[in-house]
Structures are given as structure tokens and as C-alpha cells.
Design a protein around this ligand. Structure first.
Ligand code: SAM
Length: 274
């Protein structure tokens, strides 16, 4: 088994950064190995060195894209970090039910949605507010740059462990139905979410405009320049009185002038008024 050439590793690092914005620092070599080993075995390469050499020779190939996808962390679960969902239920959604009463339409974007638990949690929450949104046009767009993870999200099928992670027994019983040893999100919730492949590095103008944007647990993997560029493009598609929700370890402070924190709420930001 040969050791991967330093040049091939460096070329792969650049490719990952260019395609996804994800920064693979030198101390993440173990990640490279654990994430790419399954591809080495599946594609019957002799070792990681041979795979990285091939990716460098053909960076535009589907194989190279699979390797880039494999470097992304897809960890997600229902109602993750609960506080954002509590704030939505108690403050943001009641507010929007008033400010959007004239159109009875709400557009939400779950950016970097991974395996779908985030947009489905939003759809469950909206369905739990019939008094606010009965008869409204509620649309959730869920995007991710990885086609394999989107295909999992579209299937809406979760293992017993995934189903229990974040969902109370009441929510589980109401919003999931058992199916061949796993659980599928019920059609009523599924039909509110539209999935689409989208790379955050490519701007957001093509997606339309939104009243609420959740972009959680992805900016942490980007360098400062990519974070700032991503926030700038998100600001162009968020309504002036809308809200951006970031992950618990993420902030706009010191990155981009487009947003300011929403007073009294955690992890919620609004477009900075001129
Ligand atoms: C850790 S998951 C976060 C999922 C969900 N937002 C949550 O908080 O539970 C990060 C997701 O970001 C996606 N991602 C990484 N780089 C991206 C990019 N440049 N554009 C769009 N999605 C990206 C990954 O594929 C992965 O599914």
C-alpha cells in the first residue's frame, strides 16, 4: 500500500474547496482516509493513493464528484437544537401570520438541508399551527449540493434511531408511519417540501425570495471569505422583514455587513436596515 502523494492530496483539497467551500486543513487527513476508504473499496482501487491520483487526472468525472460529496458532514436530526424551533413557534411564525395575512403565503428555504430532517421538522411545526396558517400557501424549499443525500431526503424514510432522535413519541406517532422496519414521513408533511440541488457557492438569486431562511451547521465548515460571500447572497433573497436562522455555533458577527442580530432571539438575524 503506497502513501498518497502530497501533490495529489493538495489537488484534492483545492478541488473540495472550489466545489463545496469546505476547508480540509492538514490536520484533517484522518477524515480524508475514513471518508474515501469506502470509495477505494467499492471502486476496487488498490489504495487511497491510487484513488487520489485518478481524481487529480479527471477532476470533472463523476468519481471526483463522489469524492467531494464524501467529504461533507451530513449529520442532522429532527428539531435539532430545539431553541430555533421554539422561537419559530413562539415569536417568528405568529409575527409572519400577521405580516403575511394579505397574501396568506409563506416561503421558507432550508439551505444545506442534508437528509431532510430540518425541512420536515419545519413542515411538522407549520402543520401544528392550524390556527395561524389554516388554508395558507406554505412552501418549503430544501436544498443541498449533494445529490445522494437529497435522494435520501426525498425518500423521507428514517431508521428507528433517526426517527427517535429529536421527535417526541407524540410527534413520531402523528407525523411518521411505520414501513418495513423503518419510518416514513406522512404525505401531509412531505407534500409541503420541495427538494432541489443547489450549491451555496453559486449565489441564491435563481431560487426566488423567502420570508424565512434556515442555513444551519454548514457555514462552520467554510473559511471566512466563503462565509461572507454566502451570507451576502442569502441577504439578497430574504425579505426585509424576514429572518435568517443560523446554527448554534454560527454567527454573522465580524463576517458580513448584510445582517444584524435580532434582539431577544438566539441565532436569528435580519437584513441590516440601510
Ligand atoms: C451538517 S449538515 C447540516 C444539515 C442541517 N442544516 C442541520 O443543521 O441539521 C451540512 C450539509 O451541508 C451540505 N453542504 C456542504 N457544502 C455545501 C455547499 N457548498 N452548498 C450546499 N450544501 C452544502 C452538506 O452536503 C451537508 O448535507
Amino acid at each position: 500500500m503506497s502513501v498518497p502523494a502530497a501533490d495529489d492530496i493538495e489537488a484534492f483539497r483545492r478541488l473540495v474547496l472550489e466545489r463545496s467551500g469546505l476547508t480540509l486543513s492538514a490536520d484533517k487527513d484522518y477524515l480524508l482516509r475514513t471518508r474515501l476508504e469506502p470509495i477505494v473499496r467499492h471502486e476496487t482501487f488498490t489504495d487511497l493513493a491510487a484513488l487520489l491520483r485518478q481524481v487529480r487526472i479527471a477532476p470533472a468525472s463523476p468519481l471526483a464528484q463522489r469524492c467531494v460529496d464524501a467529504m461533507a458532514t451530513h449529520e442532522s436530526f429532527f428539531f435539532r437544537d430545539i431553541t430555533p424551533f421554539d422561537q419559530l413557534r413562539d415569536v417568528l411564525l405568529p409575527e409572519l401570520s400577521k405580516t403575511r395575512a394579505h397574501t396568506r403565503t409563506l416561503r421558507i428555504w432550508s439551505a444545506a438541508c442534508s437528509s431532510g430532517q430540518e425541512p420536515y421538522s419545519l413542515a411538522m411545526l407549520l402543520n401544528e399551527q392550524p390556527g395561524l396558517f389554516g388554508g395558507w400557501n406554505l412552501r418549503i424549499l430544501a436544498t443541498d449540493f449533494s445529490e445522494p443525500i437529497l435522494s435520501r431526503a426525498r425518500s423521507a424514510l428514517y431508521s428507528d434511531f433517526e426517527a427517535r432522535r429529536g421527535l417526541s413519541p407524540e410527534r413520531q406517532a402523528r407525523w411518521l408511519s411505520p414501513e418495513s422496519g423503518a419510518f416514513r414521513v406522512v404525505p401531509e408533511v412531505r407534500s409541503m417540501v420541495q427538494f432541489r440541488q443547489h450549491n451555496l457557492l453559486e449565489g441564491a438569486a435563481m431560487l426566488g425570495r423567502f420570508d424565512l431562511i434556515l442555513c444551519r451547521n454548514v457555514l462552520i465548515y467554510f473559511d471566512a471569505t466563503t462565509k461572507a460571500r454566502t451570507l451576502e447572497s442569502i441577504a439578497t433573497v430574504l425579505e426585509p422583514d424576514g429572518a435568517l436562522i443560523l446554527g448554534s455555533a454560527e454567527t454573522v458577527v465580524g463576517l458580513d455587513g448584510s445582517f444584524e442580530p435580532r434582539a431577544g432571539l438566539r441565532g436569528v438575524f435580519q437584513v441590516r436596515s440601510a
